[in-house]
Write a protein that binds this ligand. Structure first.
Ligand SMILES: Cc1ncc(COP(=O)(O)O)c(C=O)c1O
Length: 458
């Protein structure tokens, strides 16, 4: 078999039918296909793959080759923002593929590039005036790092423990979500200084009287910059404005003015990695808007391609990106014309439909449902919700906050058996609905999480 097998039924996949489990996953068809893949795949790939094989997707419904339909709360790692299978996103891509095929946009520009760059600058903070093209989020972060160091002539970059920036050698070492993402690599990509993310539940710091008003920035000033690092060696700071994969960490409001002032004082560039937060997931188009932050650089990816094409971008201020042309960036498929068409169509949907309003409605409802879990279960240490980002963190003990990864795995297993897909690959159980998912469908998902916790803790 080389072509995909036909779905088990001719009926179109109805997102309202999710979830519906016919055979406990993995069913026999999935088992057979997964075994075939495992025989040839890199074992590190096989160990991460879910225990079923997809047959088709529509909206937030994912059907497997055994006819099980899952409710999708992963949204392809938040890269499918508006539901799967939308003709208004797919048609412009097909048309661009027919018309242009691929072109290396570093050497031959399509007429889609300028409008896309203009539209990005029009909806992002005023500080940003330049655009560079990238294939995806990883490449956008790689470019931002090169540009920061070139613009300032300084080697060091400050980053945060708990943040994720990708898995290439450079971005894995810039990130510090879990130590194993950068195992064996840290020495290959030096120059990153990590401090704890301003974690609302696990920060080791308290603000001190007479300090900056923010505990993490106090720590940076009083300790890192006093004992270890000359601020004149620092090019800038890269931060996810909300740490998404790391468990929906929202910094306290006082963090942003304190950090911005630190950057201003030392001439550091502030780079917002909005690869996951960008394009609506936090309830605003970009997360930095919520604090009025004017970054020097912004990395984009994931949802930018509307879930139909890979695309990324780095936006920069004149200081960060306008003054040199000697840093080679990007790769062959960056901003292929069809990906530009996907991004333009995605922006059009955001203009036409009340996507952000829906994200805010999902936020409100999730607080009423998931938000109550800590009252009902001793083992739920914390629930964090911001727009379409939702995280449930399990602990062995509320007092010590000792993590309970085995319970998280058990809950994820119970959810999967009930047809709910969410992300258990990280330090919390993360739910990432489609940004256009109706609130009643989210209710189905949160009811399953509740049942699954009850089952796993019984
Ligand atoms: C904040 C952030 N930055 C960068 C990346 C890397 O993006 P990609 O894997 O799409 O290249 C990710 C991916 O999860 C991310 O969440």
């Amino acid at each position: 078999m080389s072509a995909p097998s036909a779905p088990l039924t001719d009926a179109p996949l109805d997102p309202a039918s999710a979830p519906s489990i016919r055979v406990p996953p993995p069913g026999p068809h999935s088992r057979e296909r997964l075994a075939r893949l495992a025989a040839v795949a890199y074992p590190g790939l096989s160990s991460e793959i879910a225990p079923f094989v997809i047959s088709r997707k529509r909206g937030w419904a994912v059907e497997d080759v055994d006819g099980n339909v899952y409710l999708d709360l992963i949204s392809a790692s938040a890269s499918v923002p508006l539901g799967a299978g939308r003709e208004d996103l797919i048609d412009p891509v097909i048309e661009a593929l027919r018309r242009y095929g691929n072109e290396d946009s570093h050497s031959l520009a399509s007429e889609l590039m300028a409008p896309l760059a203009e539209q990005l600058l029009a909806i992002t903070p005023d500080s940003l005036t330049r655009v560079d093209i990238a294939l995806n989020g990883t490449e956008a972060v790689e470019i931002a790092l090169k540009v920061m160091r070139r613009a300032t002539g300084r080697p060091l970059v400050l980053a945060f423990m708990g943040a994720y920036h990708g898995e290439s050698t450079t971005t894995a070492t810039l990130g510090a979500e879990r130590f194993d993402i950068a195992s064996g690599l840290r020495h290959l990509s030096p120059g990153f200084v990590h401090v704890p993310y301003p974690h609302p539940y696990r920060s080791p710091f308290r603000p001190r009287p007479g300090g900056t008003g923010d505990a993490t920035v106090d720590y940076l000033r009083d300790h890192v910059l006093f004992h270890a690092i000359d601020p004149r060696d620092v090019a800038g700071v890269i931060i996810e404005p909300i740490a998404g994969s790391g468990g929906v960490l929202v910094p306290p409001d006082g963090f942003w003015p304190a950090l911005t002032e630190l950057c201003r004082e030392h001439g550091w560039l502030l780079c917002a990695d909005e690869v996951k937060t960008g394009f609506g997931r936090s309830g605003t188009m970009f997360a930095v808007e919520q604090w009025g932050v004017q970054p020097d650089l912004m990395c984009l990816g994931k949802a930018m391609g509307g879930g139909v094409m890979p695309i990324g971008a780095v936006l920069g201020s004149e200081r960060a990106m306008g003054g040199f042309d000697d840093v080679p960036t990007g790769s062959t498929w960056a901003w292929l014309p069809a990906a530009c068409a996907a991004a333009l169509a995605t922006l059009e949907v955001f203009r036409r439909e009340p996507v952000l309003e829906n994200v805010r409605a999902l936020d409100v409802r999730a607080r009423e449902t998931l938000g109550r879990l800590p009252e009902r279960y001793e083992s739920v240490g914390d629930v964090r919700i911001k727009g379409g980002f939702m995280a449930v963190e399990f602990v062995r003990d509320r007092e010590t906050k000792e993590r309970a990864p085995e319970l998280q795995e058990a809950v994820a297993g119970e959810c999967l058996r009930r047809g709910l897909l969410a992300d258990s690959s990280t330090t919390s159980y993360n739910l990432q609905p489609s940004l256009v998912m109706p609130v009643e469908i989210l209710d189905r998902a949160t009811a399953i999480v509740d049942e699954a916790i009850a089952a796993a803790t019984a």
